[in-house]
Design a binder for this molecule. Structure first.
Ligand SMILES: [Zn+2]
Length: 343
């Protein structure tokens, strides 16, 4: 017995196999319907295709708390190799009518990030508190998406008074969720429109929240837990084939201390990114600026840079870089979001 275990261990060593680092990908949806804005909508038929794809391709849909605990090394949680988390932002009523029956059928846990004012105001297209309660009773994670879904960074002076008002905004939403619903409300937060800056990340850290944004990529122990990426899965991103490539991708291991802030004032952004395990990936990077291919340069063994060749407009933009794994049929993925604003 002892000998056979030892032999197995030596065999693994000899094969050069390394244990894959625990990681997971998150999908973000808004509407599951046919009569809502195209960019944030997926039809019920397409949504069923996604759930079927996840099942048929061997993905494990896990709860957001379980996935986060596993990559953060908390408790004894183990993460399956192909772990996926499903999230919905804003709390639209069509989640209850169209998505929930299918998610129950597949027995997939999911999370809803709720902006509480529209629910409090009883807007027709939003979930009601009763519906949110029955979702929570089934096991759905209900979390914080501010009270009013305002832009948190743009249109604001970004001074101390602004920071205090954002803090109150987040605290108010958390209190509303806690007082209306009987179950636990974890300290998880999704930035409206995925827009944040360094000061907001600090605020989340200070208040004890984990933060989710809307640039693409996966999550592992080295991620920035106050601006975690999620893959958009609706609108132009709903195609199952491209979604599968993303679902199979691993987070590019980068040193997040070297990553620029999302908010910048220069319309021609550039980044220099330090990769922590450069030997795991091909030297040939595929980088895109707002969907257009752009050459990235390796400055040394582990550092590459990418710059916008022309000025970009005010607002949100994205640099995406992928590199083929040397030891597997998947891509390492890194996405840098930008919010360009005048000072
Ligand atoms: Zn939202």
């Amino acid at each position: 017995m002892i000998k056979s275990v030892w032999t197995l261990f030596l065999t693994i060593l000899a094969s050069g196999a390394t244990l894959a680092q625990p990681h997971f990908n998150v999908l973000v949806y808004h509407h599951v319907a046919t009569d809502t804005p195209a960019s944030t909508t997926i039809s019920p038929e397409r949504f069923r295709e996604h759930l079927t794809l996840l099942r048929d391709e061997g993905f494990s849909v896990v709860s957001i708390e379980e996935a986060l605990a596993a990559v953060r090394g908390e408790g004894s949680a183990n993460l399956p190799e192909k772990a996926v988390v499903l999230t919905f932002d804003d709390a639209y009523g069509n989640i209850y009518d169209n998505a929930f029956p299918m998610l129950k059928e597949f027995d997939y846990p999911f999370t809803i990030f709720v902006a509480t004012d529209p629910v409090d105001q009883g807007f027709n297209e939003m979930l009601t508190w009763d519906e949110l309660q029955s979702l929570q009773d089934w096991g759905v994670t209900i979390a914080n998406h501010t009270r009013d879904h305002d832009y948190l960074v743009r249109h604001h002076p970004r001074d101390d008074a602004w920071l205090t008002s954002v803090r109150e905004n987040i605290q108010h939403a958390q209190q509303r969720l806690e007082s209306e619903l009987t179950g636990d409300i974890p300290k998880l937060f999704a930035y409206p429109y995925g827009e944040y800056n360094a000061a907001l990340k600090e605020l989340l850290a200070d208040e004890g929240y984990i933060g989710f944004a809307q640039h693409s990529g996966g999550i592992y122990s080295g991620s920035d837990f106050h601006a975690l990426p999620r893959f958009a899965a609706a609108g132009i991103y709903a195609n199952p084939e491209t979604l599968l490539t993303k679902l199979n991708s691993h987070p590019m291991p980068v040193n997040y201390d070297t990553v620029p802030d999302m908010l910048i004032h220069d319309p021609t952004p550039s980044m220099t990114i330090e990769v922590t395990r450069p030997d795991d990936m091909s030297r040939s990077l595929n980088c895109f600026i707002n969907g257009n291919w752009q050459d990235a340069e390796w400055e040394n063994e582990s550092r590459f840079s990418l710059a916008a060749p022309d000025p970009l407009s005010e607002g949100r933009h994205r640099f995406n870089c992928t590199a083929q794994a040397r030891d597997g049929d998947f891509f390492y993925w890194y996405s840098q979001p930008w919010l360009i604003q005048e000072k």
